[in-house]
Write a protein that binds this ligand. Structure first.
Ligand SMILES: O=P(O)(O)OC[C@H]1O[C@H](OP(=O)(O)OP(=O)(O)O)[C@H](O)[C@@H]1O
Ligand SMILES: O=c1cc[nH]c(=O)[nH]1
Ligand SMILES: [Mg+2]
Length: 219
């Protein structure tokens, strides 16, 4: 399994990361969502370099041009809620892609908020059979949401390749992906790998609760 940590090269993504991590800057949800979207666009562009390409002839007003265009059939999968602005970034780049949506939310199963269970309740997706499945979700913390969402997508076919796209990952989340996903056809993309999680399973330093920062607190 390949891990592509985009923070290893300096790029404009670092500026967006500074802003989404900044507790003051986060107070503006519009700017927060917009930066999540822009990181999605950057990751999509990086993923585009790894696709297969085929020649396409295009007729201009003055002649013809032959250009290599992506050949993969892409399904952009995302996980409600926090995945939505990230998904928009991917769709801005891969505007011809099909789209799949799954809901997953983490719920504490004990009073001390130390144990987290993940609930999957909703799936709306085209077939993913033999397609390139991108699953976009900003946070890969325990990896539980990504694992269960992937298993939900698998009820609709077997993908040819899987790109796990997140913004911040933890070593534990990556290990979880490694134990569940097919190693010969999975790449994990992220803009940072943070050292770990606190006792409530929030990534530290991370940036907080992605869904709440995008859309407000839920009850
Ligand atoms: O790797 P995990 O430990 O499963 O955590 C990651 C999940 O946490 C967030 O969703 P959350 O459950 O907060 O739902 P929300 O997007 O509706 O806020 C995030 O968007 C991931 O889906
Ligand atoms: O730090 C974290 C971990 C999981 N989900 C979030 O939104 N933030
Ligand atoms: Mg949340």
């Amino acid at each position: 399994m390949e891990i592509k940590n985009l923070s290893q090269d300096n790029s404009i993504i670092n500026q967006y990361m500074v802003e989404i991590r900044d507790a003051e800057y986060q107070k503006n949800r519009l700017l927060f969502r917009n930066n999540i979207m822009r990181i999605g666009e950057c990751e999509a562009y990086e993923i585009s370099k790894t696709l297969q390409y085929k020649k396409k002839e295009v007729v201009t007003p003055l002649g013809t041009s032959i250009i290599n265009v992506p050949a993969n059939r892409i399904v952009l999968g995302t996980i409600f809620r926090a995945g939505l602005p990230f998904h928009t970034g991917f769709l801005n780049i891969f505007d011809h892609a099909e789209n799949g949506f799954v809901s997953a939310y983490r719920e504490y199963t004990d009073k001390a908020h130390h144990n987290v269970g993940v609930h999957v309740e909703y799936l709306a997706t085209p077939s993913i059979q033999d397609k390139t499945l991108v699953i976009a979700d900003p946070m890969l913390a325990t990896g539980g949401s990504m694992e269960l969402s992937y298993k939900a997508f698998l009820t609709k076919g077997t993908p040819a390749y899987i790109h796990i796209a997140c913004i911040i990952a933890t070593p534990q989340g990556i290990d979880q992906i490694r134990s569940v996903f097919p190693s010969d056809k999975t790449t994990v993309w992220c803009a940072a790998i943070d050292p770990g999680m606190n006792e409530h399973k929030y990534i530290v330093p991370g940036f907080g609760d992605a869904g709440d920062l995008c859309y407000g607190e839920k009850i």
